[in-house]
Design a protein around this ligand. Sequence first.
Ligand code: ATP
Ligand code: MG
Length: 375
Amino acid sequence: MISVLYIDDDVPAHKTMKMLLADEYRILSAYTGEQGLEVTATERPDVVLLDLNLPGINGIEVMKRIAAGPIAPPVIMISAQGDAASVVEAMQSGAVDYIVKPYDVRKLTGTIIQAHANAFQFRLGASPGSSSALDAIIGESAGIRRVKDLVAKCAASHAPVLISGKSGTGKELVATALHRLSPRAEGPFVVLNCGAIPLTLIETELFGSERGAFTDARSRPGNFERADGGTLFLDEIGEMPPGAQVKLLRALEEKRVTRVGATESVPVNVRFVAATNRDLRAMVAEGSFREDLYYRVGVLPIALPDLKDRPEDVVYIALHLIDTHSSKKKRLADDAREKLFAHSWPGNVRELRNVIERALIYAEDDTIRAKDIVF
Ligand SMILES: Nc1ncnc2c1ncn2[C@@H]1O[C@H](COP(=O)(O)OP(=O)(O)OP(=O)(O)O)[C@@H](O)[C@H]1O
Ligand SMILES: [Mg+2]
């Protein structure tokens, strides 16, 4: 959750602020400039909201000291109407933005997201090549933070993980992160997409085959054996035919596999991760997915939220994509941000990636504008 420090001597205003923002942000409060500087240093808020009129050291001075400090989070000034001169002074002393009272919640959250996203883009530029696999999962929403927490927790375990989410929500990205963060990171990461292989081949792909099993069959290890010591990622597990489901269940229970056409089984040591964009529970209810397999593969569930339910992530992911897809630094104009923010993203992050790739081609200079965003 993004933390926001609100500095204002007006006590009732703190209550209002909490009411408006506490669902989406962690709100920290300070009632004087001195206190605000102290909380900035100790709590390292992501964004500061600073009222201009403060007793003791005034808003402009607080602004200057925050900007000069070692942490320097982005500061948004809050001013009363008709205080244009102070606004100019605030911006010149380093405020990234300002809002005028009375403000509405959309304007306020929009300004916070933008201020934080800009600081975030700055950090991206400052530290290329982040080391943790978790850093590849971009987003600041409560939903995506929960996912990242789960990934970190599940990575150390050997238990099977079931990743669910609509198409393009990042299931494969999460599976990769799970592997990279796990003690098996040095071992193989083997992907098998059950939706992409013909039914007749699923078993030989999973378990391998022994010479003579079919007329032209050669001895060949399957994905289970190839993933030995690492992770086996079974994508679109909901597409798996019933016959293969039984065999998969047996392999998971016994930790052994038998190649098609072989008589002996061999032990395998794999961490099993599956993904699905279907409702497996409903499939169990209608009889197309085995209940026992469902419980076996779904020990640790990770559900990915739709992008439309975490609109604040759109800007972060867009900026990340812009940074990774273009060699020259490009910025996102306000009208382009708003257009991205308002879209419903039926294709989730994959759609966003396509939109940004196109926008980078359409943009005529170093700024991506609303007209370059085409859905
Ligand atoms: N939170 C995120 N941060 C950065 N990139 C992301 C994020 N989520 C998804 N992506 C990117 O979006 C694209 C689609 O993600 P991915 O392939 O993991 O989705 P998926 O859920 O497996 O989709 P499908 O069901 O269609 O296979 C990839 O390029 C991935 O890197
Ligand atoms: Mg996928």
